[in-house]
Design a protein around this ligand. Structure first.
Ligand code: SF4
Length: 369
């Protein structure tokens, strides 16, 4: 099993909290130049995954929904040319609600490209918060986008929400959650806002214009999140992810299981499923220039030691409901779990109890080598 991630490094504007690598761009020639480079990278790296069956594809960004239909189709065609996609079960595309509503053809175009799962960046149902985040959409646009995606036949939609930022009170958070639940998406990802050093929010914080809410507030909102979604039938399978009826994200679950993936585009990371990670530098121009010259883009790589692999498995596993195999923890020869009372013993795995997921980072730290 393996996955492919494609980074589309374009946004129409930058959101306050975001530190992902992306360029503000709405020029079709720039998109076309990038996609030609991407096609070349696919070709040069087509053997990276060896003979592994590709089961998931994820088109993220940035904002893939900014690409005109003919370029979205070109990405899908290039993928089909370079890789065997016959075993793909899940093909996710991240979309911006405003693009779905503005571009009538988008849902159908995504479907024709082979996408069968949509990740819709709603973030909030409160217009003043959306404006503060500098999102392009409003709450009603988000609801309309969701409706249009359903109408186009998408039966696997994930929405993103954000909590734990100054200005969001518990009542507003509950209201956001009830609006989310009313849409009945198959999947909800909910993240606590943090200050990414590359974001506008970091500059605001440095100027004293933003202060994060205290831990108590964030913990309370996380608990409201868990309680509300559990009551609505969502299963929490990872600290930030909830789903209905087994509709977890296959692609992200593969990251947490340390399955191999190929990341394409500037800033994208790849993993061989064992002990090697590689990445491309986050520069669109350098990326295109290198590939136009017939070379792979500049980037880096690291070889993981046994200790790195152990720590990764613990870190990733303990963020999920499945936990980590007892044999792994026991092999480390430490007195874990039962002794400290921090981990639950589920028979053949250890996991962090759900009511402690909010403080999982501090628990995980104690289990690293
Ligand atoms: S959150 Fe998404 S749309 Fe906003 S700047 Fe980041 S990548 Fe672009």
């Amino acid at each position: 099993m393996a996955g492919i991630y494609i980074h589309i490094p374009f946004c129409a504007s930058f959101c306050t909290y975001c530190g992902f690598y992306s360029e503000i761009c709405n020029r079709e020639e720039a998109y076309a130049r990038y996609l030609e480079a991407l096609r070349r990278e696919m070709h040069l790296r087509r053997d990276f995954l060896g003979g592994e069956r590709i089961t998931t594809i994820y088109l993220g960004g940035g904002t893939p929904s900014l690409l005109p239909t003919f370029l979205l189709t070109a990405v899908a065609d290039s993928l089909r040319t370079e890789f065997d996609l016959s075993a793909v079960e899940e093909f996710t595309v991240e979309v911006n609600p405003e693009d779905v509503v503005r571009r009538e053809d988008l849902p159908q175009a995504l479907s024709l490209c082979g996408a069968n799962r949509i990740s819709l960046g709603i973030q909030s149902f409160c217009d003043s918060h959306l404006r503060w985040m500098r999102r392009r959409h409003t709450a009603s646009t988000a609801v309309e986008a969701f409706r249009l995606l359903r109408e186009a036949g998408f039966d696997n939609i994930s929405i993103d929400l954000i909590f734990g930022f100054a200005g969001l009170d518990d009542g507003q958070w509950r209201d956001n959650l009830s609006q989310a639940v009313a849409l009945a998406p198959e999947h909800i990802s909910a993240y606590q806002m943090s200050i990414d050093p590359e974001s506008t929010l970091a500059e605001m914080a440095a100027r004293g214009e933003y202060t994060e809410p205290d831990d108590e507030t964030c913990a309370r909102q996380y608990s409201i999140l868990q309680g509300t979604l559990a009551a609505a039938g969502y299963v929490q399978y990872e600290i930030s992810n909830f789903c209905l009826d087994g509709r977890h994200s296959r692609h992200n679950s593969a990251y947490w299981d340390r399955t191999a993936y190929l990341g394409l585009g500037p800033g994208a990371h790849s993993f061989n499923g064992n002990d090697s990670r590689q990445w491309n530098d986050p520069s669109l121009d350098d990326y295109c220039t290198a590939l136009e010259g017939g070379f792979l883009p500049r980037g880096g790589g690291e070889r993981l030691t046994d200790r790195d692999i152990f720590n990764e498995r613990v870190m990733l596993g303990l963020r999920t409901a499945r936990g980590v195999p007892k044999s792994l923890i026991d092999s480390a020869g430490k007195e874990y779990g039962a002794v400290h009372g921090l981990l639950q013993d589920t028979g053949n795995a250890y996991r962090i109890p759900r009511d402690k997921w909010f403080i999982c980072d501090s628990i995980i730290e104690q289990y690293l080598k």
